[in-house]
Design a protein around this ligand. Sequence first.
Ligand SMILES: [Zn+2]
Length: 92
Amino acid sequence: MSFCSFFGGEVYKDHFKPGMYVCSQCNNPLFSSRSKFPHSSPWPAFTETIKEDSVTKMMESLTAFKVLCGKCGNGLGHEFVNDGPEEGISRF
Ligand SMILES: [Zn+2]
């Protein structure tokens, strides 16, 4: 799985310095830069969240979940099923 998120916009797509990504609305910690990976989409992509409850996921279609901030419900982006940096990892 991966997370393609809108926060920070395209500015952070090629931004790979160590750090933490937080919700733009409430500063809830969401992703670590360690879980970021280059993705074909124009958005930053991550393999895992900082905490289990960092984000809330809602089934949007058979291949995508809508991802919301686990604290304030701010819309973050989408998680795509069977998408990720390596085949066979993080599969559902
Ligand atoms: Zn939030």
